[in-house]
Design a protein around this ligand. Sequence first.
Ligand code: ATP
Ligand code: MG
Length: 352
Amino acid sequence: MKIAILAGDGIGPEIMGEARKVMDALNLPDCTIMEGDVGGAGYKKHGHPLPPETLEMAKAADAILFGAVGDPDCDNLERHLRPEQAILGLRSALGLFANLRPATMFPGLEDLSALRPEVAREIDLLIVRELNGDVYFGEKAIRTLEDGRRQGYDFMSYAEDEVRRISHAGFKAAQGRRKKLCSVDKANVLETSQLWRDVVIEVSSEYPDVELSHMYVDNAAMQLVRNPGQFDVIVTGNLFGDILSDQASMCVGSIGLLASASLGEDQTEFGTKGLYEPIHGSAPDIAGQGKANPMATILSLAMMLRHSFGRDADADRIEAAVAKALEQGVKGADLGGSSGTSAIGDAVIANL
Ligand code: ATP
Ligand code: MG
């Protein structure tokens, strides 16, 4: 397994250091690790947030573990040189079209949820969001009509192959979990969604072990706060997924605990090429102070082992070790605790 580690800016190097410790503790077989500069660190060293050598490294790797980018020193640069461009560049260059964001309620953290504790306790879901299509990428403009009024428009579309590949990602993810897939659309009013639904149903014949349901997005938003425990995997388009995944993350609480994966087509023997990263940013306000919670990065490593390398047992071990550390009261500042970055990493390793 070839892994590219791109730590990036701010707390990136600190949290990545802890993920590295976990990798070492797991004793992964045939593991080659490469390290590259990205974000503000890439700009400062090589003049570009995604230097060509970093991109080549990412292409050569089976999977990428990404820290965070964002550096106040770079705020005044032209847009294409800003640190944030690195992640967009990687997604498009590597064809990463499926964004997976798990939302799991860790025992004892219910009070951090925006929901009532007894409702929050039931959350264990995964949102699979399409990343490369939908209304974000269609023809768009603000134009002036003949009568002088301005009109804005964005063309929403999905081609069937785009829906098919994200459907497969959703069904495969469900197979690795509780085998329930809910496809979220707005098929009662949108033709795009009608095609989406038809294709999801076609693809479902290849996954007879997965129970498929469909929900309109407005209802899904309501059900996510009313009874989130009913969901296992949600598969949806770019726009609906954008909204629902932020909603789901607030339902479980802290930013320092949430991991994500961006996956491409099957490229390895075991699974898909992917980029894995915590959902939080580079947190410049606490960088270099040893305060950052590395759990989201460590959980991103678990997702990598599961999705890119088929090492489900290792992924389960990491997730259980993080849950155990939380139960033992090992909590970072983001959770109202006082454990530092390396103490949290050590506690997770002790529980492996
Ligand atoms: P971005 O635009 O890159 O997502 P952001 O403006 O959303 O960045 P973050 O960098 O995610 O901001 O930080 C938001 C707040 O959460 C900050 O106060 C930061 O210190 C805190 N924070 C973020 N990640 C962590 C972490 N891993 N551990 C502790 N606190 C964190
Ligand atoms: Mg943010």
